[in-house]
Design a binder for this molecule. Structure first.
Ligand code: HEM
Length: 427
């Protein structure tokens, strides 16, 4: 094995597998440097030792990533994974594997149809005023001037929105957050973490079974839980287990990802103050800015479970049956073959065909919701908090590595000169 390493990030560009630490470079910048080496190495598909013990591969370039998302030989179904992995997941987190993200057609089509109808852009646009209100309420609770951890805001906003949309009590947010933390990393390589995962899986399942019972008793409303419950009970679209698993997916996917969109986007702006000032001066750029944040520092940096159903090749690289394939969206999004000057944050970038929400049949259901949340959050923060700046040097920001496909910050300490009222124009 020829291992080419640097202080910044572990990279193997030879024949041997990348170590699992490839996914845990000390900060996002180092990851991008490592990805660039992979893309430049002549073959965009590399073996990686992750999960440890499995035949696994990363896809680093845009073209192969795009094809892989829709390659019918790559299955999302846990039953196609090696037996040891399948058993580990079924034992530790059964609540996770009965929803659309671990299904292939035709089950995938059935499990997704109803949910995706609820998230269409038209419906999400109607939520915009409420998302603005929640954003303003959260900022109203900041001190008049001083310091806050913006990651607390970043987590609170999507959690409040998804709880309201689903009709889940916001008071239960700390439990949902804690369970989501363990569930989003499933499965782990060590027993202790898998025990915690099992606890989270059992707890969230009990919680949601009770919630559904309560909703059945007290009468259905127009929240998403009620809509899905009605479909399950009257139209026989879902089993109860599938419904619980779908709700778990929506809660996990619905908050941490968007929290990282806000955190990753703000840190990118702090690193490039000209772009921060541009967005402050021209809030109408919020739409293209959000797409650029998604491209530049994607909240979900690699695809979820994909396994080869047969011996196959990807970009000339042989992948054995049951091999895991990790699509690196953070790398594809910076591929110079697909994006001009990809390492530059440009919030005015047009026709931004980034892969941050995936592609094809599993394209993110919640994309229209998180787009609206981002389009509200960034300009509101910049307008209401003049002088917004980091309180620590940018290179001291700490990134979270928690075995999940997300990448975001542990905290984002900021200060500001004043907190303007929600409707007070800045002069
Ligand atoms: C910025 C925020 C978000 C990002 C970056 C993101 C990213 C992704 C990605 C990359 C996938 C595809 C995974 C794959 O094919 O391997 C996905 C799927 C999914 N996302 Fe999101 N997501 C975000 C927000 C949300 C929200 C707010 C929700 C729901 C409330 C949501 C629900 C889902 C669901 C249900 C799927 C599975 C779709 C399927 O398998 O057919 N996501 N997301």
């Amino acid at each position: 094995m020829t291992a080419e390493t640097s202080d910044a990030a572990p990279v193997t560009t030879g024949a041997g597998p990348l170590p699992p630490e490839f996914f845990t470079a000390p900060e996002a910048g180092a990851t991008h440097a490592a990805n660039a080496k992979l893309r430049a190495s002549g073959c965009p598909v590399h073996a990686i030792n992750y999960p440890p013990g499995g035949d696994a591969y990363v896809v680093a370039d845009y073209e192969t990533a795009l094809k892989s998302f829709s390659d019918p030989r790559l299955s999302k179904q846990v039953d196609n994974a090696p037996a040891w992995f399948r058993d580990l997941l079924k034992d530790s987190s059964p609540v996770l594997i009965r929803n659309m993200i671990t299904a292939d057609p035709p089950e995938h089509t059935r499990l997704r149809r109803l949910v995706s109808r609820a998230f269409v852009p038209r419906r999400m646009a109607l939520l915009r005023p409420r998302i603005q209100e929640i954003t303003d309420e959260l900022i109203d609770a900041f001190p008049e001037s001083g310091e806050v951890d913006l990651m607390e805001f970043a987590f609170s906003l999507p959690m409040r929105v998804i709880c309201e949309f689903l009709g889940v009590p916001i008071a239960d947010r700390p439990d949902l957050h804690a369970w989501g933390h363990w569930l989003s990393g499933a499965p782990f390589a060590d027993e202790e973490s898998n025990r915690k995962l099992k606890w989270a899986s059992d707890s969230v399942e009990r919680y949601l079974v009770d919630l559904l019972e309560e909703r059945r008793r007290s009468g259905l409303g127009d929240d998403l839980v009620s809509i899905l419950l009605k479909a399950a009970d009257e139209e026989d679209v879902f089993t109860n287990d599938e419904l619980v698993s779908t709700l778990v997916l929506l809660i996990i996917a619905g908050h941490k990802t968007t929290a990282n969109l806000i955190g990753n986007g703000m840190q990118a702006l702090f690193a490039q103050p000209d772009q921060l000032e541009l967005l402050r001066a021209r809030p109408e750029l919020a739409e293209s800015a959000v797409e650029e944040f998604l491209r530049f520092e994607p909240p979900v940096y690699r695809g979820t479970l994909r396994v080869a159903t047969q011996d196959m090749e990807l970009a000339g690289c042989p992948i054995p049956k049951e091999g895991f394939v990790h699509i690196l969206m953070d790398s594809a999004n910076r591929d110079p073959q697909a994006f001009e000057d990809p390492d530059r944050l440009d919030i005015t970038r047009g026709s931004n065909r980034h892969l941050a929400f995936g592609q094809g049949a599993h394209f993110c259901v919640g994309a229209p919701l998180s787009r609206v949340e981002g389009q509200v959050a960034f300009p509101t923060l910049l307008r209401r908090l003049p002088g917004l700046a980091l309180t620590v040097p940018h290179d001291q920001l700490e990134w979270v590595f928690d075995n999940s496909t997300s990448r975001g910050l542990k905290s984002l300490p900021v200060r500001y000169d004043a907190r303007l009222a929600a409707h007070e124009p800045e002069n």
